[in-house]
Design a binder for this molecule. Structure first.
Ligand code: IFM
Length: 448
């Protein structure tokens, strides 16, 4: 029987779990990064986050009330394999086992992501993503999680947004592990992430499981009609949209000559065969398009960012361009043709300055408008032939937004980070009724 369209929400372990030192979990690169002064806005601590490690049952109740039929969460590698490789921590796996059981009992499909940026610090100390050994360790960790959960979990996402982890964590240094590597070394990080994905995909598929790779995608426009800006747009597109997708769908890296790279030194014979054709679905995270211009003379990168004007912005300052999602889904279809696999919008959402009103409610009309417009944009892409099989709102609860700490609220549920009190926002009720309409499930069946 074909599986129904997935209507879900997405979260990630480090952003919600807290309990960083409990039940055998070891530090990740993010634990260490956050301790460095100046890395996280206002020094916010991830130690508790949404306390999801202890409040997971309450959060599953929220999912049930919302009426989603899928939940995308991430598994914390340092909770399951604290040293990155070697001994598997049973208590860590037990946590996800309980979560998966609770989801399945409510008819919610668990869709785990195996790596959402929280690399075990022990692996970082052994070279992190600059080391080929990290790819092998990831495959072993993936196998351990699949052995435990694979009887109840069908669709698996290997990596989340490797392009962001590569660029923000290893080139700009604003995310963990806070490195500013040169271009060839940054591309090594890219290749080892892809190799990790490919090796893990082999483990998952050998167990009869489906594999997705999720990336952040952004349609790119040149700032002007000049050839220099067009070249900058092509260079940025190669980096942001093609680098982690061409090898998987077409078996070859894109042209990276604008970055002074004729190839990637870390690629060994046979690697591309491991990576090529390794997905059953493509996870598409969309927030906004990007406008780029030619860089100033002597700049290190072959593009410069240009502002998108004349549209609303989120609290993060990101431009709101719903048509970008339609354009993106159709662009991927056109670009990859028969090589493309079914797509899933694995993240879409916006941060807003949400406040609790005197009656205890949280009105977030901008978020409702944002989500409604993006769902319509996805609908249009589907009507025009894009094979999209799921849509996940980022995110369930206001959480730890990386270097922004708790400043950016993306949740359908407001969290008071001092008390951990959860309050569904108006957008929660809106999404619940959208899902009810689309699935034919009565909204009344899911009372507040
Ligand atoms: O919070 C992040 C998430 O971890 C990855 N995708 C983008 C979200 C919003 O910034």
């Amino acid at each position: 029987m074909p599986s129904p369209f997935l209507w879900g929400v997405a979260t990630s372990a480090f952003q919600v779990e807290g309990a960083l030192t409990e039940d055998g979990r070891a530090p990740s690169v993010w634990d260490v990064f956050c301790e460095r002064p100046g890395t996280v806005r206002d020094g916010h601590s991830p130690a508790t986050a949404c306390d999801h490690y202890h409040r997971w049952a309450e959060d599953v109740d929220l999912l049930d009330r919302l009426g989603v039929n899928a939940y995308r969460f991430s598994v914390s590698w340092p909770r399951v394999v604290p040293e990155g490789g070697g001994t598997v921590n049973k208590a860590g796996l037990d946590f996800y086992d309980r979560l998966v059981d609770a989801l399945v009992a409510r008819g919610i499909e668990p869709v785990p992501t195996l790596f959402h940026w929280d690399l075990p610090q022990a692996l970082e100390e052994a070279g992190g993503w600059s080391s080929r050994g990290t790819a092998q360790a990831f495959a072993e960790y993936a196998a351990a999680v699949a052995d435990r959960l694979g009887d109840r979990v069908r669709r698996w996402i290997t990596l989340n947004e490797p392009v962001v982890h590569m660029a923000y964590g290893h080139a700009f240094g604003v995310h963990a592990p806070g490195k500013a590597l040169d271009v060839p070394d940054v591309l090594t990080v890219a290749h080892h992430q892809l190799l990790a994905h490919g090796l893990a995909a082999g483990e998952l598929r050998s167990r009869g499981l489906e594999v997705l790779l999720t990336n952040n995608y952004s349609p790119v426009d040149p700032a002007t009609g000049s050839e220099a800006d067009a070249a900058a747009a092509r260079a940025y597109d190669a980096l942001h949209n093609r680098l982690f997708t061409d090898p998987v769908l077409t078996g070859a890296y894109p042209d990276l000559s604008a970055f002074g790279a004729e190839g990637i030194d870390a690629v060994r014979e046979g690697d591309l065969a491991v990576i090529a054709g390794s997905v059953d679905g493509l996870g598409v995270n969309y927030y906004n398009p990007t406008r780029v211009a030619a860089p100033p003379q002597g700049a290190a990168l072959p593009f410069d960012f240009a502002e998108i004007t004349g549209v609303p912005t989120t609290a993060f300052g990101w431009p709101v361009v719903p048509e970008g999602l339609e354009r993106l889904l159709l662009l991927l279809r056109e670009r990859y043709g028969d090589d493309l696999v079914p797509m899933y919008v694995t993240e879409n959402g916006c941060s807003q300055e949400d406040e609790v009103d005197a009656g205890g409610g949280v009105a977030d009309p901008e978020r409702i408008a944002y989500l409604a417009q993006h769902v319509r944009a996805m609908d249009r892409a589907r009507e025009r032939g894009a094979d999209v099989r799921g849509y996940f709102v980022w995110t369930l609860t206001d959480n730890f937004e990386w270097a922004e700490g708790y400043h950016q609220r993306f949740g359908l549920v407001h969290v008071d980070h001092a008390t951990q009190r959860r309050r569904p926002k108006d957008s929660f009720a809106w999404y619940r009724s959208l899902i009810a309409d689309r699935t034919g499930r009565a909204a009344e069946a899911a009372p507040e």
